[in-house]
Design a protein around this ligand. Structure first.
Ligand code: C6P
Length: 425
């Protein structure tokens, strides 16, 4: 099966790129790995929530950096270092535009969403929390948005509260309002759930928190590849995301923080590049954003992230969003109709991920057998064990989508599930 024959997207449903007509097939051609075969079958990559594939311009940008511009940043007057610094800081400006932050100093490079949340937990929350204070998260958080809060609330004698959800995988918004009290010091909420696909009504939830003067962090790991994000119109105080989940390299991500809050916060780590002056008696810190970027950063990663943003921003994201929604709706419809398949959660608004279990086999067996057909899905608890506990399952199989997926990828998954039934019948 060629990639061309697998598309169900016609040129009439085409997506525009920089004014040019480009369909999903031609976008797929930007991703060399999608040409691969796995176990003798064309790769059907449905594990985009774990990490997305990389388009050629991102791979090229990283290669360009190492071949042409490799040097340390902010440290030397020589030309290479100046060029590396320009590329690194230029990429920061791209992240700023991508998230619509007001200033580029509000963008802190981090290793990814996990580090971004830890930074806020340790530098923002820890100094502010007092015994009896509360941090509010939701029932569908990734472990990265649970464990850092457990650590700092335990240390400070504060309490972690959880917004409950229903069996559809929607948060109970009336309970949320009740949980916002005078004790709440921060709301830290997932924008899009990685295991259920729920898109939370974050704009309204932020508005409710801010009406009480409570700061809000959004975990945007699963949102940025699918939706345009505007941190100023959302009104959040912090926004965390990972490059590798939005077509960029691994090992880099961004924390957006409102300048006013970042200014007040102590550094997260100490070391080179985050200082203004050091003596054995005292250190003063660099200005934003460098105060939070200790040590030699992932320069190539930043350059690759910048290239990923250029790539994404040149696409007609509205029509890609519509295409993705069509593919996800089709996946839900096909999986729902499959004998012995049970969907986990059916949220009011869904993006990216569909989780399911099969009567006849453990999720890991499902993953192993569909892999033999070239279909890559993730199985397990997806770093959301409380979600698994809530639904009473040890694990799920999860198909997760990017704009380069098509209805025929869903068909390939569904045919592979028939193999699972055959093996375990
Ligand atoms: N979810 C998944 O397969 P890092 O690893 O730091 O880039 O991202 C952590 C993270 C935080 N929040 C959410 C909502 C996430 O989905 C993830 C990563 C991957 O679902 C790997 S566990």
């Amino acid at each position: 099966m060629t990639t061309a024959s697998r598309s169900t997207v016609s040129r009439a449903e085409a997506t525009g790129r920089a004014g040019h007509v480009a369909d999903v097939e031609s976008l797929r051609a930007d991703f060399p790995i999608l040409e691969r075969t796995i176990n003798g079958q064309p790769l059907v990559y449905l594990d985009n929530a774990a990490t997305t594939q990389k388009p050629r311009p991102v791979i090229e940008a990283v290669r360009w950096y190492y071949e042409e511009t490799n040097a340390n940043v902010h440290r030397a007057v020589h030309t290479l270092s100046q060029q590396a610094t320009a590329a690194y800081e230029g990429a920061r400006a791209k992240v700023q535009r991508f998230l619509n932050a007001a200033e580029s100093r509000e963008i802190i490079y981090v290793r990814g969403t996990t580090e971004a949340i830890n930074l806020v937990a340790h530098s923002f929350a820890r100094p502010r929390l007092r015994p009896g204070d509360e941090v509010l998260i939701s029932a569908m958080e990734h472990h990265s948005n649970i464990v850092p809060w457990q650590i700092v609330t335990a240390e400070r004698g504060a309490t972690l509260r959880v917004i409950p959800m229903d069996r559809s995988g929607d948060l109970l918004l009336d309970r949320y309002v009740d949980l916002l009290t005078d004790r709440t010091r921060l709301v830290s909420l997932v924008h899009v759930s990685n295991s259920l696909g729920t898109v939370n009504p974050v704009a309204e939830m932020i508005r409710q928190a801010k009406a009480r003067g409570i700061p809000v962090l959004l975990d945007g790991a699963q949102a940025v590849a699918h939706h345009r994000v505007d941190v100023q119109s959302l009104g959040c105080d912090f926004y965390a995301c990972s490059s590798h989940k939005m077509f960029g390299p691994t090992g880099i991500g961004a924390l957006y923080g409102r300048a006013e809050l970042l200014e007040e916060m102590p550094p997260f780590q100490g070391g080179g590049d985050m200082i203004r002056s050091v003596t054995f008696e005292q250190t003063t810190y660099a200005v934003l954003p460098h105060k939070f970027e200790a040590g030699t950063p992932h320069i190539a990663g930043a350059v690759g992230l910048g290239a990923a943003i250029d790539y994404l921003m040149a696409l007609d994201r509205d029509s890609l969003e519509r295409h993705e929604a069509d593919v996800v709706d089709y996946a839900v419809e096909r999986l729902r109709a499959e004998p012995g398949v049970r969907l986990i959660g059916c949220p009011t608004r869904r993006t990216g991920a569909v989780s399911f279990v099969m009567d006849c086999a453990h999720a890991h067996d499902v993953g192993t057998i569909v892999d033999q057909a070239g279909v890559a899905i993730r199985t397990g608890h997806h770093c959301t064990q409380p979600v698994m506990d809530f639904f009473g399952v040890p694990a799920t199989a999860r198909a997760s989508f990017a704009f380069y997926n098509t209805r025929s990828d869903v068909d390939a998954l569904v045919s592979a599930l028939a193999r699972v039934r055959k093996v375990f019948a």
